[in-house]
Design a binder for this molecule. Structure first.
Ligand SMILES: Nc1ncnc2c1ncn2[C@@H]1O[C@H](COP(=O)(O)OP(=O)(O)O)[C@@H](O)[C@H]1O
Ligand SMILES: [Mg+2]
Length: 240
């Protein structure tokens, strides 16, 4: 089967600095890949490049087998949704935060409301529908942001440290719920985090990015060993 995303010889240079360089990265349909590495490793830059929001200095990206180029970027971006550490909600109600982008994409009011209700309910925040987004807690805001992303029915989901700002109990609960939803939807996902303990909740495959290079790529067990399951893990970018 054609991979959902495939990158070859991808390189990004900004202000004369090489941010990342990688030979090959592939995301199969339905796969959740964790991209893990310390702050400054280049994770966000790589995510934005793969999401076609940052133009690479060199290399190619294929989305569902088709080369991403100038002519089709917008159409390709519309097959993707992104969730960042900051929920980036508009200063209006929770419902409108979800329906406005759907209406912009041409959905009928009825269909937009239907999707909104479905995903608010799935992320456990249906009761917040009429609330102004600005008064939400961090966890509620991230649930809304996730509901907005899923309501777009993307074929490719990008998550950039979506829970980094949340307290531990909130983070753990949300990771567990999101893990079930990703599986249920068979959602192709790139999950960026600097916290390797978050990986097993969502992903089976891991790429470790360090100083702009993928230094390890494989299953959780191949990269971290069995100990990750009880959290006494070896951190791949910590040199002894
Ligand atoms: N526009 C830019 N110009 C120059 N350097 C940048 C720019 N954006 C990011 N960087 C640098 O790229 C490196 C990787 O940043 P980033 O992708 O945000 O890493 P991460 O998400 O892993 O923390 C950092 O050293 C950062 O300072
Ligand atoms: Mg980052």
């Amino acid at each position: 089967m054609t991979p959902m995303l495939e990158a070859h010889n991808l390189q990004l240079i900004l202000s004369d600095k090489e941010i990342f360089k990688l030979e090959h990265l592939v995301l199969r349909k339905g796969e959740v890949l964790a991209l893990v590495g310390p702050n400054g490793a280049g994770k966000s830059s790589l995510l934005l490049t793969l999401a076609l929001l940052q133009r690479p200095t060199a290399g190619t990206i294929r989305i569902d087998g088709v080369h991403a180029g100038n002519g089709n970027l917008l159409a390709m971006r519309r097959r993707m949704a992104l969730v960042f550490q900051d929920a980036l909600l508009l200063d209006t109600t929770v419902t409108r935060n979800i329906t406005i982008p759907l209406r912009i994409r041409g959905l009928s009011r009825k269909e937009a409301i239907h999707r909104c209700e479905r995903w608010l309910d799935r992320f456990g925040v249906a009761h917040l529908a009429k609330r102004p987004a600005r008064i939400l807690s961090g966890g509620e805001a991230q649930r809304t942001s996730l509901a907005r992303a899923f309501a777009m029915e993307p074929e490719l989901l990008f998550l950039d440290e979506p829970f980094a700002a949340l307290d531990y109990p909130t983070r753990k609960l949300l990771l567990g719920e999101l893990g079930s939803i990703l599986q249920e939807m068979n959602m192709t996902t790139l999950f960026v985090t600097h916290d390797y303990t978050e990986i097993p909740y969502l992903a089976r495959q891991v790429a470790v990015l360090f100083e702009g290079r993928i230094i390890k790529y494989g299953s959780i067990r191949e990269v971290f060993g069995d100990e990750i399951l009880d959290r006494r893990v070896w951190v791949p970018w910590e040199r002894d």
